[in-house]
Ligand binder design. Structure first.
Ligand code: PRX
Length: 631
């Protein structure tokens, strides 16, 4: 598309215009897309309610922009390459024509099941092509997809279905994960028992796992697809109609359903994909994120397809059959752009250099990082051994709520400093504030990162509870969107993200609220109370440290720890299991009953010299016991 910035001067000019005339700027970007009806008002906004509307009056369907628009010129170009978990199984390729046809078939199946515009559909699938078909099929018919990562537990799936009132679910018999096969239809079956809204379930056969199909409720995809045509006109959507809900954790116990809308999300995800990665015609692009997270939505499915790119989807894990798998896949498919998370880089770094050196990796042109701060050691390893010193690394800072990349270098254009996200993208107006919300001016400063002007893919609401959206993001600081992150602005104006300043832990690039994990731990009948904090972890970025008070002391602490891990696995999923569990007889609380997490964090970090003032605690002696029992 014609909005790709080519030079640093081009970036500066675009940035300037985006600040001085934001509406004009986004009008020009939006005109590059295909609309069924042009918009009449570019932007309406206030951050008080909040109420943000982009491209009002416009009608469109994002799948026409992802698929139909490319058919004439690029119908035979590969849209999707699918690499299976097992390298011995054949990979698959889908051209734009084939993807269009598969999406329309899926859309017709969904229509046949009774799904209409505005209905919510829970998608609980592994990384198989049908996941992309399902997401796009929902968008095609105007249904709102809510993708739930296939590693979440029964309870987590049920919570998300209930919160969004999903009436339909798309799942598979099971999934492949390295050498293991894991059934997942059974998870949906169990979740649905407490979700009376669910009317129908579509099941994809991936691993031939025996499943129970409930008559009238469950349908096989491979049977239904033989009954429908591959012609499905795209539903006409208003710019501000919801496109999807994606649940993410915050500082409260219950995950929030972040809502993104059709036009703004499309305009911004497509614009940022093109500019950050500097995608060139015929390049192969690979984002390793699961579609269960926002990165998979914006930069595996929507962003690349909006730009007519070739996007690779990988079913497996980085260490199967060995820790050279990523590099093998890059050589096999001649990947040019590779976008992954610091956790993956650190774990592959720990597996030894030989796995990387076994592959040429000469196709690579651009590397990306996302999800958590990348430490300098990992940055240099990635740059030297994967990028062979010649590939720029874009360290992209953004969030589920922002819909697309907010602060990042533009590959090959911007100056790079290891471990710095860099400068804001056009349209993004970051500011740093101190605790009382006063703006921190100048450079070489540190503060809470906020954004002061709307961009097209800003969160619109939290599903079913707009007030929650206001309180979480727009009430901490007046007239600002608060990110929850702390950041430094360096002498040259570049941003370096420090990490969360709220009660959110970022484990391997996945967000969990401390309260969410505490709630799960407290479900164990032998637990009285718990407090969870993050601590620095060499691979995961942050690990989970839980302080737990038991009803009665235990003689078998390791057994009890396993039990608590199981409780968390049951209530959230294995990805949220605590790394360390320390049993304590009390927690450090103030006289008003508030847990002093600062102390717990310092103990977990081993920073015992700088615990600070403990005199306001109800019982300062508790701290000594906690220090003594530190793991
Ligand atoms: O703390 C920041 C961190 O991840 C949080 C957002 O998490 P989530 O909504 O799950 O989205 C992850 C993928 C976009 C942020 O508040 N984060 C994300 N990217 C970076 C980052 N921290 C530092 N550097 C990054 N590049």
């Amino acid at each position: 598309m014609n909005f790709q910035i080519k030079t640093n001067e081009g970036y500066e000019a675009a940035y300037r215009q985006s600040i001085e005339q934001p509406e004009q700027f986004w009008d020009d970007v939006a005109k590059e897309y295909q609309w069924q009806q042009p918009w009449s008002k570019t932007l309406t906004w206030n951050f008080e309610e909040p109420n943000v509307k982009w491209f009002e009056g416009g009608k469109l369907n994002i799948t026409e922009n992802c698929l139909d628009r490319h058919l004439e010129k690029n119908g035979t170009k590969t849209a999707l390459i699918w690499e299976p978990n097992d390298p011995k199984e054949p990979f698959l390729k889908f051209t734009y024509e084939e993807l269009h046809s598969r999406v329309c078939i899926m859309a017709n199946i969904l229509k046949g099941m009774g799904i209409k515009k505005g209905d919510r559909v829970c998608i609980y699938l592994p990384m198989i092509p049908e996941l992309s078909f399902a997401v796009l099929a929902c968008a095609r018919i105007g249904a709102i997809h809510s993708v739930v990562f296939a590693g979440f537990s029964v309870n987590a799936v049920a919570d998300r279905i209930q919160d969004s009132g999903c009436e339909y679910c798309i799942t598979s018999d099971g999934l492949n994960r390295g050498a293991k096969q894991i059934p997942i239809k059974s998870v949906v079956d169990e979740a649905v028992e407490s979700c009376p809204t669910i009317k129908k379930v579509l099941v994809i056969n991936r691993i031939n796992w025996p499943v129970e199909m409930k008559e009238g409720r469950d349908f096989w995809y491979h049977i239904e697809r033989t009954k429908v045509s591959d012609d499905c006109p795209a539903e006409e959507m208003d710019s501000e109609d919801p496109l999807f809900i994606l649940y993410t954790s915050g500082s409260t116990g219950k995950p929030k359903g972040v809502v993104h809308t059709c036009a703004g999300y499309m305009v911004y995800s497509g614009y940022t994909f093109s500019n950050v990665f500097q995608y060139q015609e015929n390049e192969v692009y690979w984002c390793t994120a699961d579609v269960g997270w926002v990165t998979g939505h914006s930069y595996l499915i929507y962003g690349p397809l909006l730009n007519g790119a070739t996007s690779l989807m990988f079913e497996g894990i980085p260490t199967f059959p060995d820790p050279g798998r990523f590099w093998q896949v890059i050589d096999k498919h001649r990947v040019n752009i590779f976008y992954t998370a610091p956790t993956a880089i650190r774990s592959l770094m720990a597996a030894g250099i030989d796995h990387v050196l076994a592959y040429s990796l000469h196709s690579l042109r651009v590397l990306g990082s996302v999800g958590e701060p990348i430490n300098e050691e990992a940055w240099h390893w990635y740059h030297t051994h994967v990028g062979k010193g010649k590939c720029p690394i874009v360290d992209t800072w953004w969030q589920t709520e922002t819909g697309g990349i907010m602060i990042s270098a533009l590959a090959g254009i911007s100056e790079l400093i290891p471990a710095h996200a860099g400068l804001p993208l056009p349209g993004i107006q970051p500011i740093l504030v101190n605790n009382d919300g006063t703006e921190i001016i100048g450079n070489n400063v540190e503060g809470h990162l906020c954004i002061k002007f709307p961009w097209p893919s800003i969160i619109r609401t939290t599903w079913g509870d707009h007030e929650r959206c206001r309180i979480n993001y727009f009430s901490t600081y007046k007239n600002l969107y608060f990110t929850g992150d702390g950041a430094r602005r360096e002498a040259n104006g570049m941003y370096r993200i420090i990490g969360r300043v709220d009660d959110v832990i970022n484990v391997s690039g996945h967000r969990f609220g401390t309260a969410e994990i505490e709630n799960a731990i407290n479900q164990n009948k032998k637990v009285v109370e718990s407090a969870v904090v993050g601590f620095p972890h060499p691979i995961k970025g942050q690990g989970i440290y839980a302080y737990v008070i038991l009803l009665a002391p235990t003689d078998t602490p390791n057994h009890m720890r396993d039990e608590i891990v199981e409780t968390v696995a049951e209530h959230i999923g294995r990805i949220a299991k605590p790394d360390k569990i320390q049993f304590v007889s009390a927690l450090p609380k103030t006289r008003s009953g508030k847990i002093m997490r600062r102390i717990l964090r310092k103990v977990a970090d081993g920073e015992l010299e700088t615990l600070g003032d403990t005199s306001t605690l109800l019982d300062p002696l508790v701290v000594d016991e906690i220090i003594k029992g530190r793991l």
